[in-house]
Design a protein around this ligand. Sequence first.
Ligand SMILES: CC(C)(COP(=O)(O)OP(=O)(O)OC[C@H]1O[C@@H](n2cnc3c(N)ncnc32)[C@H](O)[C@@H]1OP(=O)(O)O)[C@@H](O)C(=O)NCCC(=O)NCCS
Length: 314
Amino acid sequence: MNIRSDQKGIDLVGVAGQRERRFVIAPLMDSSIETRCFADGDFAAADRLRHAAGWNQTLADWQRMVALDPAGCFVAVDDGEVAGTAMTVSYGLELAWIGMVLVDPDRRSRGIGRGLLLHCLDYLRAKGVRCIKLDATPAGQVLYEKLGFEFEWPLMRWMRNAPANIKPAASDGVSTVEGRDAGAIEQLDRNAIGVARPDLLHGLREHALQGLVARGSNEVLDGFGFLRAGINADYLGPVVAKTETAGRALVGNLLAGTERPVFWDIPGPCESASVLAKELGFTHQRPLVRMHLGPNRSPGNPKILWGISDPATG
Ligand SMILES: CC(C)(COP(=O)(O)OP(=O)(O)OC[C@H]1O[C@@H](n2cnc3c(N)ncnc32)[C@H](O)[C@@H]1OP(=O)(O)O)[C@@H](O)C(=O)NCCC(=O)NCCS
């Protein structure tokens, strides 16, 4: 592989992506460090990096996300130890996501994060993916900007420590997800995100503590939402709602199902969700930024995206 880099970003030339491929990322990082595909034996080490960063994903989340494209998930290995992780998930060829970019705190600022990112970009471009997105932490944003990623819109992680003494919104029209809802859920998600994500939605449904749909007149779905377990807090999302009534009913009923702290990542453009979060006693935990590399031809509609699925998958 040939890597050219300039101040505007990077240009990768070469064919990549074979599962067995291994190469040293030098000269971009310490020459003793190599990347390889994520293997079944890496989950424990990867989860230690997740723990060190204080992130919320469970081992089941790691397994669910890696299963979406095992050949597109990578680890950096230093001296025989997993020193960093990065995963990709492709939603067809129009859009792919990069997530779980984590570097061992004792091995930071040695080019490992950058090397892993370049490896992901190389893999996705070899596949022919047209647009790559990610949700960046302030620490990651600096790195991604240097690689040419552009700002799309801001996100805020909201959190609630204890259940608020607020009655759940009226549950009229809200019911548990059923198999027959899969197609309508996929369509709503596609309207919000811009591309179809059937495999992601299937996995989320399988792992959810609760999955709800909101029906409007004529039994048409106006929205859906999931709540799942996390390490530090339950996670509210994804939630997609075409109407304010559906959004409020879904969120109220999903929150009524947990006594634990809750994290909720809300896109800036979905103002109705931020207003509701405040009303329900949520406070800001940390800002994130949605970024893209390549033409953003299918931006979806973040105004109906009341909660993302995870910063690692969008
Ligand atoms: C963000 C993270 C992955 C960076 O990994 P890393 O191996 O230390 O990064 P690198 O050494 O490859 O640095 C890449 C570039 O970003 C810059 N950079 C990295 N972290 C930075 C920070 N916190 N502040 C400012 N610049 C930073 C480096 O200066 C470097 O720039 P250069 O290539 O022009 O010298 C790592 O800090 C981390 O795991 N953080 C916690 C988890 C996280 O926030 N992940 C990002 C999710 S979006």
